[in-house]
Structure formats: structure tokens, C-alpha cells
Design a protein around this ligand. Sequence first.
Ligand code: ARG
Length: 464
Amino acid sequence: MTDRDEASNKLWGGRFSEGTDSLVQRFTASVTFDQRLYRHDIMGSKAHARMLQHVGVLTEKERDAIVTGLDDILQDIEAGQFSWSVALEDVHMNIEARLTDRIGDVGKKLHTGRSRNDQVATDIRLYVRADIDQVVAGIVALQQALLDLAEREQATIMPGFTHLQTAQPVTFGHHMLAWFEMLQRDRERFVDCRKRVNHLPLGAAALAGTTFPIDREFVARELGFDGVAGNSLDAVSDRDFAIEFTAASALLMTHLSRFSEELIIWVSAQFGFIELDDRFCTGSSIMPQKKNPDVPELVRGKTGRVNGHLVALLTLMKGQPLAYNKDNQEDKEPLFDTGDTVKDCLAVFAGMVPGIKVKPAAMRAAALKGYATATDLADYLVRKGVAFRDAHEVVGKSVAFAIAAGKDLAELSLENLRQFSAHIDQDVFAVLTLEGSVQARNHFGGTAPAQVKAAIARARASLS
Ligand code: ARG
């Protein structure tokens, strides 16, 4: 980072008679964090230059000098040979100033018919679009890992919970598919958000448009935008798309956080339902026996920062009059961090899920402990002609009896059970088993292994 602090070096120096206060310079500069937009900034500038030539504002020679100069700058930046200047405030002015240093006065023509306001709006749309594509790929990779695990354990029985109390038996495959469904909606949200991101603001100039005969459709085609923003004031000031991306990210993180919470509970000695690969756990510096689920804990923790970014962006926008305000410079750090965090969390999860080792015996033992087939007994009585509410009462009494006897429902004798209802016969024991319970829930969306298998096939088809 160099300091060129003479006023004459500023691209807007003409109006000013003294240089910027050094504190204000540092305070207003964004180059320390917006330099990561360089690729998108150069992409946008090249498209703008090509358009200016196309409509006759630049000659072919001028366009070629600008495009080549921008390509050279791109190479310098990627080779780590570009020194960013705080005095030049942001990524846009750094690159433009360097262009003129490199190719001479023709570089000064690049900003014709354009403002940093429509430039930055274009850059961050290109940036968010690329982030969305990476996030979507990351979601798909995790979904694939979940399907493989669900397939491996499609018939493995575990207790399903409500209120974190044993409720009814479910299959582990079914449980994994619940996470698949959440991620499917997350993916749809990002894909949908991309449609609104993919509109071109460039051409709005500072706020009112430009006097040059620009061809915005040309620029949109060059940059792969699906459409052109319809109102110049809105184009430079809208940050809905950034909020939408962050909102979709906050929901995705919330899902990963809930998933994390389950993994953390399941690896505990008290549950012991699964093990995670050593590669994804860490130890304690004092307690030699510890194997901690740091990865899911951190994902759960990082959810807080993404939720925070969403609130930051909403708050950033709520008081802004039209059109562009410098407030908007504050959109970048939350936005960049959101994408970074989400991409990282998806990647660690996609790496961790294939190594989840299921412990069926522990899950079965837990399912047997909590009277998980009580509803099955009630449903059995209904099939014998008892009204559900009466059946509920009968089973409640049977469970109380079983608790007092220290037994599971399936361990009670037929005589024990028949004291609560004469409708109970020998065939009751088939419905009281865990296998009988899950197999009986054999309808679309249910937990029966046959349904899980079909759901996996549907899920795989939705990814291809
Ligand atoms: N660095 C600014 C931002 O991120 C670029 C736009 C500046 N425009 C302006 N009129 N000062 O928002």
C-alpha cells in the first residue's frame, strides 16, 4: 500500500485546493477491503470500453489500448505486483489511475458516461453472482454426501425426537433426508436470488443516466447479465440483492447450525449415536481423553456472524434517501464475509459427512428405552375399532404400568396388556417392535425404509 497524498493525484482533484486530511483519507478509503473486486471491476471496465467503441465514443485504437492495459493490470494484480494506494480511495480509482499511468491520456477516456456509483453496483453484482454459483455448488456437494450416507443407513433405526424426548422410531436415512430437504430449499433460494442479482446497473452513471448514446444491452450481453436495470436512480442505490443473498445465507447457516447441534449431541458419550473422523475433531490441551466436535461447534458459532451481517445490511439501507450514498460502501465487508463463511462451512460439512460413523446398537438401545412404539399401540387399537382418544388413554395407562414394572411395552405379557383393553391380542407384539413401527409408516414422506429408498432416488434425480 503506498500513499500518494497530493490532491492532484486524486481523480477528482480539480475541484479541491487542499489534500484530504490523512485521517479522513483512511476513514473514507475502501481499498483495503474492496480490492478483492478487482477482477469484476476490470471485467466491467472492459465491457464498458467495448461498448463505448461500439457506439462511436471511442475509436478502435483507443478501445484496444484500454482493454490491453486493463488485461495487463489484471496480470499485475494476480502476480502480486500491484501496489494499492489508500490515497486513491477504492479499487475503482486505483485501477483507473494505474491504467492512465500505463497507457497515457487515452486511459482518461474510460470513465466516459460512467460513474463509480454504477460501476460499484455492477462490480458487486458480478461478485455476488459468482459467489452464488460457488455456494450452489457447495450445497450440491453436501447434498450428495448426505444422500450417500442416507443410502448406507436407510434402514438403520434410531429414536426420533420431539422436545428432545424419545418420540417414535425413525430410520437414520430418513433423518438425513430431512437435512437434504432443507438444503434443497436453500439451493432454490440462491438460484432464485441469482435472477434478481443478474441485472445490469451500468449506464445509470451517477444517478440520472448519461448524455452519451450508450448501448446497455451490449454491456449486459458482454457481462452475461439477463437484463438491464430499468431505473437509473434505483440501479445505483439498490442493495436488495445483497440483502437477499445474505438472508438466503443466514437461513442456510441456520440449517447448518441445527445440523451441527444434532451432531454435537450425537457424538456425546451420553448419546453415542455417531462418531466423527479424527480429521474433523480436535483434542484438549489438558484433558487427554477428549475428542471435541470443534467443526460443527464452529459452524454453529459462525451462524451468529452471518445473521449479524443480515441485520447490518438491513440497517445500512433503512435510512437512505435516493440515490447513491456513501453508506453503501459499508455493504462490502458483511457481504464478502457472508460468502466466505458460507462457502467454508459448506466445504467442511461436505468433507465431514462422509466420515460419519453410525453406531446402530446405541441408537437401537435408545429407541427401545423411551416407549417409542406407544403410538403404534394406539393405532393398533384404532384398527380394532377403538376411537383414537380412548386408545390414547389405554396406552397411557399401559406405559405407566410398564414404567412401574421397569419394562418396555414389548416386554409386557399379553395378560398385562389386556387389563387395559380386551381388544389387545397376540398380534400386538408385531406392532410393538421398532422395525414394525418404521415399516408401518409406509407412505410418501414417511420413514419406512422402502419410502426412504424412493426418496433417495427422487433426490438423486433432482441433483442431476
Ligand atoms: N467505494 C465506493 C463504494 O463502495 C464506490 C462508489 C463511490 N461513489 C461516490 N460517489 N463516492 O460505494
